[in-house]
Design a protein. Structure first.
Length: 121
């Protein structure tokens, strides 16, 4: 099964959900899945799509796993939460509260905080 490069937005691409289920079923490396998604859409759009995917009951787990993989990639690239806010076009957090963008921003901040804390046995 191949993911086609189309002009259809990620949220409107029904075959994309089937493709994601296929990649999960056949244990594709999540980094490879993310790379393929960013070939067909800008990374910002992929990030927002993955955030929204977590609201679809049948795709929640896949969305969560892919989002964590994306956060790991960003962390390795030293992306700060400020960088992410700028990329998402968030000027004031208070103005975007409750949107997928702001939820994504806060989840990434939480991810960064967990990375900064020493692990406990």
């Amino acid at each position: 099964m191949r993911l086609k490069n189309t002009s259809v937005k990620l949220k409107e691409n029904r075959s994309l959900l089937e493709w994601l289920k296929y990649t999960e079923a056949y244990a594709w490396p999540r980094g490879k899945t993310l790379d393929r998604l960013t070939e067909v859409a800008p990374e910002k759009e992929v990030a927002i799509f993955l955030q929204g995917l977590k609201n679809v009951p049948s795709m929640k787990t896949i969305g969560h796993k892919l989002q964590l993989a994306q956060f790991e990639q960003w962390w390795r690239m030293d992306m700060t939460s400020h960088d992410l806010a700028k990329s998402l076009g968030i000027l004031k957090i208070s103005e975007s509260m409750g949107t997928e963008k702001s939820i994504l921003f806060f989840e990434y901040r939480l991810f960064l905080l967990k990375k900064a804390l020493p692990s406990t046995p």
